[in-house]
Design a protein around this ligand. Structure first.
Ligand code: A2P
Length: 277
């Protein structure tokens, strides 16, 4: 698998394995172990997914050397602020059974409609990530679900985010925040690259997939890569995990990329100003 390079020179495998909604326990352990065996060397985890310990067990059972794995964690909303973030990070290390992370993200921005001091709260959380980065406990730091108003105040920080993880898929291009991130060499990671699976029922997408001799899921993953996004694909099924990696031997034509950009009916993503689940 190819890699992207983050602004600080750290390499990151261009497809990640997502663990959101993967049921905790044996399903998650097996899925992570299988994914690693199939060649996913980049695992995207988060405390709020409620399955970090199972992710850690899956990694351990796979037998992969820690340095061959790129491991991401995220600090959840209830742990915002300097001290809480540091403690949440330590808990995540313990649950994932490792002594460092490759990437740590602020999972969700504090927003103006929620807190009067939303900007200060984001800065404090960011300072904790910066200190973790400077201490060497994490190799890169970033944010998730940040739009322009959330990201801009961090752009004059001592260390600026290296990654922004957003919902990105055909029909959802988030042009404004994507262009801001590109200006600042902030890598865009795409969660729900298959539109939460819903895109797979799109007639237009199915027809295009047939034309390329690929599956709709493979078209979605390739669309992300051709945009320079890093798709976090997720499946608990071994065959689909394998198929989602087979995207190297074809190219989506420019005009089809534009058609996928504006696919109708899939732009209804998360609103970062609303707290999810
Ligand atoms: P499953 O785990 O049973 O494969 P998204 O990444 O956009 O959130 O979509 C994830 C959903 O898509 C999951 O429900 C997953 O279910 C399903 N999925 C993942 N890969 C494929 C695929 N290649 N074909 C069909 N469904 C898929």
């Amino acid at each position: 698998m190819k890699n992207y390079e983050l602004r600080n020179g750290v390499s990151i495998p261009e497809i990640g394995y997502g663990t959101w909604k993967t049921p905790d326990g044996e399903t998650c352990e097996k899925a992570v172990e299988t994914a690693i065996r199939l060649g996913y060397h980049h695992i995207d985890a988060a405390m709020v997914y409620g399955n970090e310990e199972s992710v850690g067990n899956g990694i351990k059972n796979s037998g992969i050397a820690r340095e061959e794995l790129f491991l991401t964690g995220k600090v959840w909303n209830s742990d915002r602020g300097y001290g809480r973030t540091i403690r949440a990070f330590e808990k995540t290390l313990k649950d994932l059974q490792t002594d460092y992370l490759d990437l740590y993200l602020i999972h969700w921005p504090a927003s103006p409609n929620q807190y009067r001091c939303w900007e200060a709260l984001n800065r404090e959380t960011w300072e904790a990530l910066t200190d973790l980065y400077k201490s060497g406990k994490v190799r890169a730091i970033g944010v998730s679900n940040f739009r322009r108003n959330h990201l801009t105040p961090l752009l004059d920080a001592e260390v600026i985010p290296m990654v922004n993880q957003l919902e990105l898929h055909p029909g959802m291009v988030q042009a404004d925040i994507v262009s801001l991130c590109r200006e600042h060499q902030i890598l865009l990671e795409a969660y729900s690259p298959l539109g939460n699976g819903k895109l797979l029922n799109s007639k237009e997408l199915s027809e295009m997939a047939e034309h390329y001799g690929k599956t709709p899921a493979q078209i979605c993953i390739k669309w992300n890569l051709q945009h320079g996004f890093l798709p976090l694909s997720k499946s608990v099924n071994e065959d689909r995990m394998r198929a989602n990696l087979e995207v190297e031997n074809f190219e989506i034509a420019e005009e089809d990329m534009r058609k996928l950009d504006v696919l109708e009916g899939f732009a209804d993503g998360n609103d970062p100003d609303k707290v999810p689940f």
